[in-house]
Ligand binder design. Structure first.
Ligand code: MTE
Ligand code: MO
Length: 234
C-alpha cells in the first residue's frame, strides 16, 4: 500500500512536470518572439519610395555609384559633423543632431558628368537651418565640404547658391537611410550641379571667403560652377 502511494505521487510529479514545463517555456519563447519582432520592425519600417510628386523614381538598385577612393565606412555612433570657419558659433553635430533638424523632401536628378544620371526623392535638413545655428559671418562667400576620402576639401559651392536654392543634405534616398556606398551619413543635394558637387561622406563643412579654393575634381579642370548642361571643363 505504501509502495502504491509513493508510485502515485511519483506519477503526479512526473505528470505535473510534463504539463507545466512546456507552458513555462512556451511563455518564455513567446516573449522572445515579441521582443525580436519589435527589433525587426524598427529595422524594416523603411519602405523604398517608387514615386514622388507624380514622378517615377529610379530604384536604388539602378542608381549608379561613384567613389574616387572606394566606399567610405563611417560609424553612426561616433560620427561628428564639424561646421566651422567663418562662423560665430562652431558646431559639432552627431548623426542624431542631424535627424533632429526638420527634414525636407526634394525631387531631384543627379547627373554625373560621365553621362549617366537618375531621379530620386531626397530627404534631410537644409543647410540654411544648420548655418543659422552656426551663425555664419557676413564675410563668408563659399562653403567647402571636407570628406573622409578628401579631408583637405573635396568640393565647394557658393554660399549664395546654397542660400537661394535652400539646398539640403540628404540622410535618405527614396525614403531609405543612406548606406555606406550611397554616402552615409549624407549626400549633398547640389540641385542643377553635376554629380561631382554632390559630396558624400562629409565630416566637415567650412565657411570660407577664399573664392580661389578648388576642390578635387575642380583642380583637375572640371568646372567650378558645374551647372548641368554647361561646360564640364574650364
Ligand atoms: N566624397 C565623395 N563624394 C562624391 C564622390 C566621391 O568620389 N567622393 N563622387 C561624386 C560623383 S563624381 C558623383 S557622380 C556622385 C555620385 O553619387 P552616387 O554615388 O550617390 O550616385 O557622388 C559624388 N560625390
Ligand atoms: Mo560624377
Amino acid at each position: 500500500m505504501r509502495q502504491i502511494k509513493i508510485k502515485i505521487s511519483l506519477i503526479s510529479v512526473i505528470l505535473t512536470t510534463i504539463l507545466v514545463i512546456p507552458f513555462i517555456s512556451g511563455c518564455t519563447s513567446s516573449s522572445t518572439i515579441t521582443s525580436s519582432t519589435s527589433t525587426t520592425t524598427s529595422l524594416t519600417t523603411e519602405v523604398e519610395a517608387t514615386e514622388f510628386q507624380g514622378v517615377e523614381l529610379t530604384p536604388i538598385s539602378r542608381q549608379n555609384n561613384n567613389a574616387l577612393k572606394g566606399i567610405q565606412h563611417i560609424d553612426r555612433a561616433t560620427y561628428k559633423l564639424i561646421v566651422d570657419g567663418l562662423v560665430d558659433n562652431p558646431l559639432t553635430l552627431t548623426y542624431n543632431d542631424l535627424l533632429a533638424y526638420p527634414q525636407d523632401d526634394r525631387l531631384m536628378d543627379l547627373s554625373c558628368v560621365e553621362g549617366w544620371g537618375f531621379t530620386a526623392k531626397w530627404t534631410g535638413p537644409t543647410l540654411n537651418s544648420i548655418f543659422a545655428d552656426a551663425k555664419v559671418k557676413p564675410e563668408a562667400l563659399i562653403v567647402i565640404f571636407h570628406t573622409t576620402d578628401v579631408p583637405e576639401g573635396y568640393s565647394s559651392l557658393d554660399l549664395s547658391y546654397i542660400r537661394d536654392n535652400d539646398i539640403i543634405i540628404a540622410l535618405k534616398d527614396n525614403d531609405i537611410t543612406l548606406t555606406a556606398d550611397r554616402g552615409f551619413p549624407f549626400q549633398l543635394v547640389a540641385m542643377s550641379k553635376y554629380g561631382y558637387k554632390w559630396a558624400k561622406w562629409v565630416t566637415r563643412i567650412e565657411l570660407s571667403a577664399d573664392t580661389s579654393f578648388r576642390g578635387y575634381w575642380e583642380s583637375y579642370g572640371y568646372s567650378n560652377n558645374a551647372d548641368v548642361g554647361g561646360q564640364p571643363f574650364e
